[in-house]
Design a protein around this ligand. Structure first.
Ligand SMILES: [Fe+2]
Length: 239
């Protein structure tokens, strides 16, 4: 079972797909790549909208797309990519933004140095008991913060996701492999936004990783993790 935990294919809800037609093109690509399950994770910015408004918009975007869905398209699931903000740490409605049917939240870190205040905020969020954290595209933060800071974050009770596209270029691939080696990566996502942006489906990312003999069982490991996330079970790899 090939699962993609991070995508922006829903039409006209964020900076992802610009139309129903583009959403269908993205879903066609997912089907070509053999993706079985795809989680829609539109951006959620707590300073810009309420959770209720977001959920309403997400439902409306899906309803526009629904009549165009094909049987070969992956099964869809719904969540959000939630940008971290200190005000969210004890935010009551946070569980409403989790992947539906689970208590897993896809959390995007701010694009800044991950200072002590942010790290302790995420630690508190991970400890609150009603949400479990999957950190989005962890490779990206190394453009803004040190490896030491990222390690502090990933040693918390959290999981990590990397983008398939980051495995397509030499420098970012090296960075991703290092993060996998450290045990910080549990699943891949496509973070698919637009059809013409060079985004790639997760199968291509797994193919790059498993070509390395050291990680030839990574796809199975990630699949198992993915199944547990969808079943809302804890992962053994979480400390
Ligand atoms: Fe994203």
């Amino acid at each position: 079972m090939l699962i993609d935990f991070h995508s922006h294919f829903l039409p006209q809800i964020d900076d992802g797909s610009r139309s129903v037609e583009e959403s269908v093109q993205i879903l066609d690509k997912m089907a070509e790549g053999g993706v079985d399950k795809l989680i829609a994770t539109p951006h959620f910015y707590c300073t810009e909208q309420s959770v209720d408004r977001f959920l309403e918009k997400r439902r409306a975007a899906y309803e526009k797309l629904e009549p165009m869905l094909k049987k070969e398209h992956p099964e869809l699931g719904f969540g959000a990519e939630v940008l971290y903000d200190h005000s969210l740490v004890r935010y009551k409605q946070l569980p409403d933004l989790c992947i539906e049917g689970t208590s897993w939240l896809l959390l995007e870190m701010p694009y800044t140095d991950l200072d002590d205040k942010i790290i302790s905020g995420v630690a508190e969020m991970a400890d609150r008991g009603d949400v479990k954290l999957l950190i989005a595209h962890i490779e990206r933060y190394l453009n803004f913060t040190s490896m030491k800071r990222l390690e502090q974050l990933m040693r918390l009770d959290v999981l990590g996701q990397i983008n398939a596209k980051s495995l397509m270029s030499f420098t970012s691939k090296r960075r991703c492999m290092k993060l996998i080696e450290h045990g910080y990566v549990q699943v891949l996502g496509s973070d698919y936004h637009r059809i013409d942006r060079g985004d790639v489906t997760v199968d291509k990312g797994y193919a790059v990783i498993t070509k390395n003999r050291k990680f030839d069982d990574f796809a199975e490991y990630a699949e198992e993790n993915g199944r547990k996330i969808l079943a809302d079970k804890p992962l053994d790899s979480i400390v």
